[in-house]
Design a protein around this ligand. Structure first.
Ligand SMILES: Cc1cc2nc3c(=O)[nH]c(=O)nc-3n(C[C@H](O)[C@H](O)[C@H](O)COP(=O)(O)O)c2cc1C
Length: 186
């Protein structure tokens, strides 16, 4: 698959088979992630790989409770509120692994750098048939004291991009895009 194919084929994958993603493959994805550009080449990222099912389920439960308690405006829709209240809803969709990219602060651009690393990782995953999805629902709890402790992050590391990975039973269909708002100056 060439780069253009990977860009157009990548999708948010929300259904996974039982097949685990092996360590070699995960290292390959992280290696692609760190090829991303970073401001002043600081490479201000670290990676936490969670494969323990009990920990994944603990994060999912805590993240749902935290979101219901803090009620961020983006998640006010009744549909999302119902999902968060649903005991059986796993924010990680049963994925066998979660990779959390954390920013090593303080750096003016650490979040941007980690986001670029995340996109590299997702495109590299798509290229080898591994599905991925950024799970924003996990972010606020992962940034809490308990979340940071659960990820065993060193002092000053802030979770930026929680990305699930795994093998989808079928590759999801294309999600249409709005036509971009472009202004041409000159
Ligand atoms: C910052 C960010 C947060 C996201 N959070 C979630 C999430 O919590 N749960 C989820 O199922 N998808 C999440 N997504 C995936 C988006 O819903 C998905 O990318 C979007 O619907 C477009 O679909 P596509 O990626 O298949 O093109 C997130 C994506 C981004 C970039």
């Amino acid at each position: 698959m060439d780069l253009t194919q990977a860009i157009y084929r990548r999708r948010a994958v929300r259904e996974f088979t039982e097949k685990p993603v092996d360590e070699k493959t995960i290292r390959r994805l992280i290696d692609a992630a760190v090829q991303a550009p970073s401001a002043i080449n600081r490479q201000p990222w670290s990676f936490c790989v969670v494969r323990d099912k009990a920990v994944l389920s603990k994060i999912s439960e805590n993240a749902k409770t935290h979101l219901l308690e803090t009620a961020p405006p983006d998640l006010e829709s009744p549909h999302i509120q119902d999902m968060l209240r649903d005991k059986s809803f796993d924010i990680f969709y049963g994925a066998p692994a979660l990779i959390v990219i954390a920013a090593e602060g303080p750096s003016e651009w650490a979040v941007e750098d980690c986001t670029l690393a995340a996109q590299n990782l997702m495109l590299a995953a798509c290229n080898i048939g591994v599905g991925s999805c950024w799970i924003g629902l996990a972010q606020s709890w992962l940034r809490s004291e308990d979340g940071v402790k659960t990820l065993e992050l060193p002092e000053g590391h802030v979770p930026v991009a929680p990305i699930i990975i795994g093998y989808p039973p079928v590759w999801p269909p294309e999600v249409p895009r709005q036509s971009p708002d472009i202004r041409w100056i000159g």
